[in-house]
Design a protein around this ligand. Structure first.
Ligand code: IMP
Ligand code: MG
Length: 175
């Protein structure tokens, strides 16, 4: 890690904790009397999910979905749970929603293949002004106004920084 730059703080641990508690309360209220089927998109949502499941006071289950970009820039499902979601209320967790292309593909896959009773989206970072395709984020934790690549709290840049306890920002945008 020594040759990696230390990212500037975008959102502190305390700010994240407060925001997760807020979102957790909203989800708890919105899902009264219902069980939440949380699905985290790997790997960026691991820390977000670990905190959110403890902030939501509803019965819930956890599953994971993984997508990957192919050489010709298409998105493909790399790993999908075998769970039957037909009668389930799916709450999908995404790390970053930027152009919306990734989320749009995933929600399309879920609606067509899983046919859940309901589908909502929670995103840690929502860059609404960058959308190229339509997609709705029901629970957005943070909408940063600063330019740069966000890392930490599960989010990576070339697999680095996932263990950083805060959300940091790198000046140069890397994918
Ligand atoms: P989109 O398809 O343009 O909405 O991009 C979303 C995906 O790109 C996310 O799932 C992330 O993996 C990645 N991504 C985009 N911006 C960032 C960022 O600032 N930090 C970390 N990952 C990002
Ligand atoms: Mg990544």
């Amino acid at each position: 890690m020594s040759d990696l730059v230390k990212p500037a703080v975008l959102f502190s641990e305390a700010a994240i904790e407060e925001r997760i508690q807020d979102i957790g309360r909203r989800i708890t209220a919105d899902y009264q009397g219902r069980e939440v089927a949380m699905v985290g998109i790997l790997k960026g949502t691991i820390v977000f999910m670990a905190d959110l499941i403890r902030a939501v006071q509803r019965p819930l289950t956890c599953d994971f979905l993984k997508v990957e970009s192919t050489k010709d820039q298409r998105i493909d499902v790399a790993f999908s749970p075998e769970t039957d979601f037909r009668d389930r209320e799916v709450l999908l967790l995404q790390d970053v929603v930027d152009t919306g292309v990734t989320l749009n593909f995933i929600t399309g896959h879920i609606q067509e293949d899983w046919k859940p009773r309901s589908l909502r989206i929670a995103a840690l970072i929502d860059r609404e002004d960058q959308r190229k395709v339509d997609c709705t984020v029901d629970y957005a934790c943070f909408k940063p106004t600063r330019d740069g690549f966000v890392v930490g709290y599960g989010l990576d840049s070339d697999e680095h920084y996932r263990g950083l306890p805060y959300l940091g920002i790198l000046e140069k945008k890397k994918t």
